[in-house]
Design a protein around this ligand. Structure first.
Ligand code: AMP
Ligand code: MG
Length: 480
């Protein structure tokens, strides 16, 4: 296996990580290689799929040039600070610079215990690994910053959770795995030198324009996270565990656990079985990411010339940035052009209000605006029980669109509103077939469909529909 590693994180001081080797597994078997991503990384997909490649992806062989390590980090979990978390079941093999000039981490997840495992077994079950594969690739296809999935292998070993499950290793690719919690790890120890080194490293990798200014770095992370979470809201995504250790400095979506897309629009939607208080409910995500960013700002306070006041000032930019990203996205979702008029945001919000009232499907309602713009509002009206509310809304909307070429409005609407998302019941069915019958057909089919989310012909109609009553998934699980 030839992988041209260039491991900048491994060149940081030893206290940033623990050197480890992945723990070999009994019987590695390839489930899937992400060939397109492999090529972006400058890797040969056939080599990855070969016996040697699969051995590397399973952790049974360490490719030349890899410097495997488990990263140290801390984090606030559901508001409670844990001074040491770290990679308890992941192993950073190293970094590669792709054909696009981008440096990316290649990490094995589920690769065995590390000094950070606490009581965990260091392993991952096949269901959660394939779930992360599907949803991270769906997010990428939706154009939302995210870690990616390069490969999934099964291990031939069992993992013990509430039940006994087949094990898997997911190969995750990320701009980096530096988290808000990585900064917290050092700040909590009073290790200001490490905070500066980490910030310098993150600036060089993610925000080169901020070089020489921790304030500009903080501003850049705040902006990236504001934009990211706004994009989640615009596709109905609920991360589910927005702990500070699951919040990436790069601005990518990271750590897909009990995440889910909502069907019916309801801002209070929660799927995660462990989120009893709804801390990470759909509609709380903007507030919560700001809370996480405040924890990041605290770790940088000592590096800012203006101290706490400057940190507060930086955080003060969040609401406007977030609102602009969110309302800008909503305006695109209802087909408005770049010109903003008085009342546009009310128009969008009134649609959301109607959707909430009628429990209309989030994804389909927006997509059916395209049919309405093309002259057929039947399906849109059907989302609202043919109620009068949507007719009045449509009249306002059509008036706002007056003078625009309907065909170009349809194109804009279809480009802003996906038809295919990884709906929970489809994901569950695909994982069930994989886990219970080693049948990866449904996983492959769903992956193919959600990789082309904006195309009418990406998949069969049933993939566009919300769950029927008996298919509904009410809860999702971390599976850790
Ligand atoms: P997560 O909830 O997946 O974001 O993980 C939170 C923390 O628990 C991280 O430090 C993980 O590395 C650790 N962890 C999760 N699952 C396991 C496991 N099966 N074995 C060891 N550590 C784990
Ligand atoms: Mg995590």
């Amino acid at each position: 296996m030839q992988i041209p590693f260039d491991n900048s994180y491994a060149r940081l001081p030893a206290r940033f990580y623990a050197r480890i080797d992945p723990t070999p597994v009994a019987e590695p078997r390839l489930v899937r290689i992400n060939r397109g991503l492999a090529e972006t990384l400058g890797l040969d997909p056939d080599a990855l799929a070969s016996q040697d490649g699969v051995a590397a992806l399973a952790g049974n062989a360490v490719p030349r040039g890899a410097e495997p390590l488990a990263q140290a980090y801390a984090g606030h979990q559901f508001g409670h600070f844990v001074p040491q978390l770290g990679d308890g079941r992941a192993c950073l093999l190293g970094e590669v610079i792709g054909g696009d000039g981008q440096r990316r981490d290649i990490q094995l997840k589920g690769s065995g215990p590390t000094p950070f495992s606490r009581n965990g077994d260091g392993r991952a079950a096949v269901g959660p690994a394939l779930r992360e594969y599907l949803i991270s690739e769906a997010m990428a296809a939706l154009g939302i910053p995210t870690t990616r999935s390069l490969a999934a292998v099964t291990t031939g070993e069992k993992v013990y959770r509430e039940t006994i499950l087949p094990g898997a290793v997911l190969t995750r690719v990320a701009a980096s795995h530096i988290r808000v919690g990585t900064f917290q790890y050092f700040a909590a120890r009073g290790d200001e030198e490490a905070v500066r080194l980490l910030a310098d490293h993150a600036i060089a990798r993610h925000y080169p324009a901020a070089e020489g200014s921790y304030r500009r770095f903080l501003d850049a992370v705040i902006a990236a996270q504001a934009d990211l979470v706004a994009q989640w809201l615009l596709v109905g995504f609920i991360h589910g565990v927005m702990n500070t250790d699951n919040c990436a400095i790069s601005g990518e979506t990271i750590d897909y656990g009990p995440c889910a897309f909502m069907d019916a629009y309801d801002p209070a939607t929660v799927f995660s079985s462990i989120d009893h208080a709804g801390r990470y409910a759909y509609g709380n995500q903007g507030r919560i990411v700001l809370w996480n960013l405040a924890r990041l700002a605290e770790t940088l306070m000592a590096q800012l010339p203006g101290g706490e006041a400057e940190a507060r000032d930086a955080l003060g930019a969040f609401p406007a940035r977030f609102q602009e990203a969110y309302f800008g996205g909503l305006r695109r979702k209802i087909g408005l052009g770049s010109e903003v008029r008085q009342g546009d945001d009310d128009l969008a919000q009134d649609l959301l209000r109607l959707m909430a009232e009628h429990r209309a499907d989030f994804t389909l309602t927006f997509r059916r605006l395209a049919d309405a713009a093309a002259g057929d509002a039947t399906m849109l009206r059907g989302m609202f029980g043919d109620g009068g509310g949507i007719d009045a809304w449509q009249a306002r909307w059509q008036a706002r669109l007056a003078g625009r070429d309907p065909a170009s409005v349809v194109v804009a609407l279809k480009a802003a509103n996906p038809l295919f998302i990884p709906r929970n019941h489809l994901v569950e069915a695909a994982l069930k077939a994989a886990v219970e019958a080693q049948d990866y057909g449904p996983f492959e089919e769903l992956l193919g469909v959600i990789s082309r989310p904006f195309h009418d012909d990406a998949g069969p109609e049933r993939f566009t529909l919300p769950a029927r009553e008996e298919e509904r998934v009410l809860q999702t699980f971390c599976g850790t």
